[in-house]
Design a protein around this ligand. Structure first.
Ligand code: SF4
Length: 182
């Protein structure tokens, strides 16, 4: 079959040439939760490994939808992508959140940059048997690009952003760093 005439003029990007500056879905999620958390994460502080909630989330991820394989894009690891392409993300949370939708939008952006014709996304909440659909259109792409630029800016700052009010820090795995709790 002959290649499409536009193919030579506008080839799909080589995945190795795509520069996402190391901003992954976790960076976006943390940015929206607390910019200080993003800064700490970007600077190598990783208490999540000790956090029971995170460990629980990993167990849910490992035991749900086992037949799917994640897609590793370096800084970002997508739970799975179905034909179309639709990006899927599984959360152990019982509370749907805009942070999760933003994370999926970021994955859509990363794939779109690699030449994938993305159709949208779905966040799965197996513990409450719910799903949230995530649109992928021009508005969503702009939102994803804005969030990525903000995450880059926060990560590059010389000092961490201020703490949130303590009441907002409940359950955050970074409390010991910010407040001296453990
Ligand atoms: S403990 Fe509070 S201030 Fe510190 S990273 Fe977590 S949410 Fe942000």
């Amino acid at each position: 079959m002959k290649p499409h005439p536009d193919a030579a003029a506008n080839p799909p990007p080589d995945p190795d040439d795509v520069d996402d500056d190391g901003i992954g879905g976790v960076h976006i999620k943390y940015l929206l939760h607390c910019p200080r958390q993003l800064w700490l994460y970007s600077h190598g502080y990783r208490p999540e490994a000790r956090n029971e909630a995170v460990a629980f989330g990993e167990v849910v991820d490992d035991t749900t939808y086992r037949r799917h394989h994640d897609i590793d894009l370096g800084a970002a690891k997508i739970d799975w992508v179905t034909r179309g392409a639709v990006v899927h993300e599984t959360k152990s949370s019982r509370q749907p959140s805009p942070q999760h939708e933003a994370q999926v939008r970021h994955y859509c952006l990363l794939l779109a940059r690699r030449g994938v014709n993305v159709r949208g996304g779905v966040v799965h909440y197996p513990l409450i048997r719910r799903t949230t659909r995530v649109a992928w259109d021009d508005t969503a792409r702009r939102a994803a690009e804005t969030a990525e630029a903000q995450a880059r800016q926060v990560s590059a700052a010389a000092t961490p952003p201020p703490r949130l009010p303590r009441a907002s820090c409940r359950g955050c795995s970074y409390r010991d760093y910010c407040w001296g709790d453990s």
